[in-house]
Design a protein around this ligand. Structure first.
Ligand code: SAH
Ligand code: DHB
Ligand code: MG
Length: 218
């Protein structure tokens, strides 16, 4: 039974194995590598999703025929490009970024990837910008990847603004391994995000390196 025990975590995972599966399934073309490599080039934190998580976003958008997607946390545009590549023709990604310099780098990468008409980068804090997007809703997918202390608020916004069958996705759902830390307010917000998601979505936390919460709106 030990092999089936999810608490065994990454006992089979090695760097070489992940290199192989990333290369076979989630390789980068020029557009994706420009965005993925930008944080290293531009003195920004390299905290973009991994190649396999990025491809997962793309596949999920394909599966639900997503046309209206909201992202909180753009960085250099890598995950936004992944989301946009998976969406149906005529779709749109609205991605929110607090740091104007990150937004500028992201816009350049999005242009390079040929997706300037498909992705709109909005500068501001998620909690301030999300209400301005509501008129475009209901949305097919919401991807949360910034401002961990407000994940609970973002999750409620998503539940209120997704269509039935729409998808909530939350990166860093293990909160860097600190999810159960009782002394960190951000960890408590992340636990509320999980609990509220379980109430309003069919949900699961996929054990990626730092956890990815998935919820289908009821
Ligand atoms: N989703 C990106 C990575 C996002 S990293 C990818 O995988 O490619 C988190 C980003 O969120 C950073 O660029 C940071 O500047 C931004 N950010 C931080 N706080 C924010 C907030 N309150 N609202 C919007 N963006 C925020
Ligand atoms: C950080 C943020 C992320 O979204 C992530 O996936 C990894 C690290 C950070 O703020 O350090
Ligand atoms: Mg993240």
């Amino acid at each position: 039974m030990a092999d089936q025990d999810s608490r065994a975590g990454s006992r089979y995972t090695t760097g070489e194995l992940l290199d192989f599966t990333n290369r076979v399934h989630a390789a980068h073309d020029a557009g994706l590598s420009a965005a993925f490599d930008a944080p290293g080039r531009e003195d920004m934190p390299a905290i973009q999703v991994g190649a396999s998580e990025g491809k997962t976003l793309e596949i999920l958008m394909q599966m639900i025929g997503a046309k209206k997607i909201v992202e909180v946390g753009t960085l250099a545009g890598y995950s936004a490009i992944r989301l946009a590549r998976g969406m149906a023709d005529g779709g749109m990604v609205w991605t929110i970024e607090f740091d104007p310099r990150h937004a500028e780098v992201a816009r350049a990468n999005i242009e390079t990837a040929g997706m300037a008409d498909d992705i709109e980068v909005l500068v501001g804090a998620g909690v301030d910008v999300l209400p301005t997007l509501e008129a475009h809703g209901p949305f097919d997918a919401v991807f949360i990847d910034a401002d961990k202390g407000n994940y609970d608020k973002y999750g409620i916004w998503a539940a209120d603004n997704l269509r039935v069958g729409g998808l909530l996705i939350g990166d860093n759902a293990f909160y860097f391994g600190e999810l159960l830390n009782e002394s960190k307010p951000e960890a408590a917000a992340m636990r509320r995000f999980h609990e509220q998601a379980a109430e309003r979505f069919d949900s699961v936390c996929v054990p990626t390196p730092d956890g990815m919460l998935l919820g289908v709106k009821r």
